[in-house]
Write a protein that binds this ligand. Structure first.
Ligand SMILES: [Zn+2]
Length: 82
């Protein structure tokens, strides 16, 4: 976990922390260059109770190594990823 993830999970009751992690895993950062997707949680971030869609985040893609403005999209899943 990243520092910010530790910070939030330390402060929150466990069920809140679990909900926050689950929601952060549904938010995907999508590379504009190669289309690679990874979750906000995997990128070391936290996204919770946020509703904006289509926001762009400057990131370095782990797949192609390019810096770019990744699209941020929520992709709900039926099962919780581990
Ligand atoms: Zn990429």
């Amino acid at each position: 976990m990243s520092l910010i993830q530790r910070f939030f999970t330390f402060l929150m009751p466990r069920r809140w922390a679990e909900a926050m992690e689950a929601e952060s895993r549904e938010w995907m950062l999508i590379c504009p260059k190669c289309g690679h997707e990874r979750s906000v949680w995997d990128a070391g971030g936290v996204r919770w109770k946020a509703r904006s869609v289509g926001k762009r985040v400057l990131q370095r893609c782990v797949s192609c190594g390019e810096n770019g403005w990744a699209r941020l999209e929520r992709k709900p899943r039926g099962t919780k990823a581990t």
